[in-house]
Design a protein around this ligand. Structure first.
Ligand code: RB5
Length: 151
């Protein structure tokens, strides 16, 4: 898979560990920064880059890490075509894919251990959308998005 990844300074260590692991797993990783934890960044700047990469089809999935995962999630969901899910364990990661067809995963390095983040990433990437009744619900989300401005 081609995976867009990014973090602010608060999520740098998680992002770096995940990016290394994804590369080891054979995925193609597009890293949108930040380049170091000393490099203070505004999380919306990074979230928009990753979200737009997924929305344009350049990346298959996106992964974003900040302090809590909340700011990344709020921002990524402003981009039309993106369904970003803040996940904090393997169950929420599985549901985000099976029920919500999430295409961007967000996590918090101040709330979730890096070890847990790696398990969450594996679950997120390894789970297919279940379709069926869930497809009709996701369609409603996308319809609502068509009626909003997006970016
Ligand atoms: C940075 O201090 C922090 O606000 C950010 O990483 C994130 O948690 C925002 O949602």
């Amino acid at each position: 898979m081609r995976i867009a990844i990014g973090s602010d300074h608060a999520g740098f260590n998680g992002k770096k560990t995940i990016a290394d692991e994804l590369a080891r797993m054979g995925h193609e990783v597009i890293d949108f920064g930040v380049e170091s934890p000393e490099r203070k960044a505004d999380y919306p700047d990074i979230a928009l880059r990753v979200a737009r990469s997924v929305a344009s089809g350049d990346a298959d999935r996106g992964i974003l890490v900040c302090g809590t995962g909340i700011g990344m999630s709020i921002t990524a969901n402003k981009v039309r075509g993106v369904r970003a899910a803040l996940c904090y364990d393997e169950f929420t990661a599985r549901m985000a894919r099976e029920h919500n067809d999430a295409n961007v995963l967000t996590m918090g390095e101040r709330t979730t251990s890096i070890h847990a983040m790696l398990r969450i990433v594996r679950e997120f990437l390894g789970t297919e959308f279940a379709g069926g009744r869930h497809a009709a619900r996701v369609d409603k989300i996308m319809e609502a998005e068509q009626n909003s401005e997006g970016c």
